[in-house]
Write a protein that binds this ligand. Structure first.
Ligand code: PLP
Length: 398
């Protein structure tokens, strides 16, 4: 967490401990602090403060977006063909906060779900979305950027198509929020989830942006907090810290993007020199070797628009590389012994690694899936650390 963030939070853990819903004077300090944080969070995505609703994190915001969309339609609402309106479209590479919630909604008989495929770079094709949209589709939920391979989706195009079909568009922006420019109005998204801890804020705080014209209802019942939309006493220090983290993120965003992007490119280049069979998973940044031509590139979609007209379609801080013939699990252990923490697949109940559903969705075999490593770069990552990582990889791989 950032020092500035902790400093902003501390008074709300100590002297300003009032409950914002109370009527005594102490309450107004907490209530005012939440109002300021709401402005700060809104400002980072071009929203209005009253469109921001604080949650316990990205997972709650994602669950609320999906369940809230279903709450908007009456169970009795039917299409001309007599189908009840409860079809939701998402993608195969979403975070489990979306995928598991969708599965549960299907099990509960509340939703019918279509998961769109992605191309080998992890991008959803607008043509596929067009084909999947139906008269009974109520919501399309596509992540802004993927947490494993850093691919950024063509949100504006996908949101346009969704609106033409009369449905709402939600994006899980947990990985993109504060990392790349995002403007909800320009992108045309109706709902957006974000999380504080991805931008050096406190863990356990997040938000859902809800476009002001949508009468979204609360997913949990209780008090009248967050204008009756999210019951429960607010996590005041968390929300204040989230607001402070948004201010820092906005200020530092262009520099971080440039710096992290350059370091990411350096790590990819070094890894490919060290191990010529290495293959980058996810979109290839411009200027780093030969870009493979994705189907979206051929359709011209990528150059027309992107979140904030990005120089490339990969998150600045994400590197995910397959080292064919190697075991990612073993590489992780050897890297950790050199003080380098990376990740791979997802931890399963037994403590070992399950293959990643994202890497499977972009077409990797199980062997290549188990040979892939992810490196996450942050604002404190230095060139020396990248060189140290590349040197360690060289020793370990050889
Ligand atoms: N969505 C994505 C894409 C994520 O990467 C994460 C967390 O890493 C989440 C949702 C869940 O967010 P939180 O941990 O704040 O609940």
């Amino acid at each position: 967490m950032r020092g500035e963030v902790l400093e902003a939070m501390l008074p709300y853990l100590t002297e300003h401990y009032g409950n914002p819903s109370a009527t005594y004077g102490l309450a107004s300090e907490a209530a005012n602090a939440i109002a300021i944080a709401r402005e700060q969070a809104a400002d980072l995505i071009g929203a209005k403060p009253h469109e921001i609703f604080f949650t316990s994190g990205g997972t709650e915001a994602d669950n609320w977006a999906l369940r809230g969309a279903l709450l908007l339609v009456e169970t009795s609402m039917r299409t001309a063909e007599g189908k009840s309106k409860r079809h939701i479209i998402s993608s195969r590479i979403e975070h489990q906060a979306i995928l598991r919630c969708l599965k549960r909604l299907e099990e509960e008989g509340l939703a019918e779900v279509t998961l769109l495929p992605v191309d080998r770079e992890g991008l959803v094709s607008p043509a596929d979305l067009k084909d999947a949209l139906r008269p009974d589709t109520i919501l399309v939920s596509i992540m802004a950027a993927n947490n494993e391979i850093g691919s950024m989706e063509p949100l504006a195009k996908l949101a346009d198509l969704t609106h033409e079909a009369g449905a709402l568009f939600h994006t899980d922006a947990v990985q993109a929020f504060g990392q790349i420019p995002l403007d909800v109005k320009k992108l045309g998204v109706d709902l957006l989830s974000a999380s504080a801890h991805k931008i050096y804020g406190p863990k356990g705080t997040g938000m859902l942006y809800v476009r002001e014209t949508i009468p979204f209802r609360s997913m949990i019942q209780g008090g009248a907090q967050e204008k009756n939309r999210r019951a429960g006493t607010e996590n005041v220090p968390g929300i204040v810290g989230f607001g402070a983290a948004c201010v820092c993120a906005k200020k530092t965003l262009p520099d971080r993007m440039r710096r992290e992007g350059a370091l990411r490119n350096l790590l990819i280049k070094r890894a490919e020199e060290i191990y010529p069979a290495a293959r980058l998973n996810g979109p290839r940044p411009k200027g780093v070797g030969l870009a493979h031509r994705s189907s979206l590139l051929e359709q011209g979609t990528r150059d027309e628009e992107g979140p904030g007209k990005m120089p490339d379609w990969r998150l600045p801080g994400n590197v995910n590389i397959c080292f064919p013939g190697k075991s990612a699990e073993l590489l992780l252990i050897m890297l950790e012994a050199e003080g380098i923490l990376a990740s791979a697949g997802s931890a399963c109940a037994s403590g070992s690694l399950d293959p990643s559903h994202v890497l499977s969705a972009i077409g990797l075999s199980e062997d290549d899936n188990r040979a892939s490593l992810r490196f996450s770069l942050g604002e404190e990552t230095s060139r020396e650390e990248i060189e140290k990582t590349a040197d360690a990889l060289e020793r370990i791989l050889k």
